[in-house]
Design a protein around this ligand. Structure first.
Ligand code: ADP
Ligand code: ADP
Length: 226
């Protein structure tokens, strides 16, 4: 069974002005276990809306989405990463990375070893006891990446995670994601408006088009690779 299965998803936002905004129309796709799928398209075409529906952060207007990431319990099966790292400024890097475990009711001293090894994996050795304010934007996103992996989720949902970074740091972070993927074999769904990023990272690319927020085509990138 696929990890994500979306069928006929539509989303209409109601707004204060009374004019509804159609964000998605009849979107269907699957993501298989271990697959890396990117959602690519111009700003406003509904990429974030689609990802947020898969994450359960917003409801669909029509259609269904099944996320078969069953594991330990609610909140532990999906890892999320957004454009802004949203680290707690008054907590150290290791405390931030450990946070999903703390929220799930575990003790810091029990979660700490795993937090430490993830901090190492994303190349932040030596920064575990620093505060987010002492880190560059790219390093903060490395910490956010480590945090998203803490509960060992089956599915990672990444919404333009490096969109706010400069081009060189973004390239470094893409290599980092590629490395994490090779080490962990995670199923990953990435939202991006960068064609290069999508081609570099993905097995398949869902190409979306704006107004009315539909899939234009789904490209199998693995066929084009040596
Ligand atoms: P993308 O991620 O591709 O930039 P979004 O999913 O953010 O696209 O937005 C799709 C459309 O839905 C846009 O027209 C956007 O303005 C609109 N939209 C997104 N979120 C909301 C919301 N909470 N309320 C009303 N309209 C929204
Ligand atoms: P993104 O960087 O994903 O494109 P946006 O800047 O479009 O995000 O949106 C940021 C937040 O504002 C999101 O929560 C989104 O749902 C909401 N939003 C986006 N467009 C609208 C809109 N037209 N009306 C109300 N809320 C919106």
């Amino acid at each position: 069974t696929p990890v994500v299965s979306a069928r006929g998803l539509s989303k209409v936002y109601s707004t204060r002005t009374g004019t509804p905004v159609v964000a998605l129309t009849d979107v269907s796709f699957d993501v298989a276990e271990g697959e890396f799928v990117s959602i690519l398209g111009p700003s406003g075409c509904g990429k974030s809306t689609l990802l947020r529906i898969v994450a359960g952060l917003t409801g669909e207007t029509e259609g269904t989405v099944d996320v078969n990431a069953a594991g330990a319990g609610p909140g532990t099966d999906v890892g999320l990463m957004f454009q802004q790292a949203v680290l707690l400024p008054w907590r150290t890097v290791e405390q931030n990375v450990a946070l999903p475990g703390i929220v799930a009711g575990r003790r810091f001293r029990d979660v700490r070893p795993r937090a430490r090894s993830l901090i190492e994996m994303v190349g932040l050795d030596g920064f575990a006891e620093k505060y987010p304010g002492e880190l560059s934007g790219g390093m903060q996103q490395r910490a956010a990446l480590a945090r998203s992996l803490l509960q060992d989720p089956r599915l990672l949902l990444l919404d333009e995670p490096f969109g706010a970074l400069d081009a060189m740091t973004r390239d470094q972070m893409n290599l980092e994601v590629e490395r994490v993927r090779q080490q962990t074999g995670k199923t990953i769904l990435l939202v991006t408006h960068s064609i290069a990023e999508a081609v570099f990272l993905s097995d398949r690319i869902i190409v979306m088009t704006g107004r009315p927020g539909t899939i234009r085509e789904i490209v199998d990138v693995t066929l084009a690779r040596p």
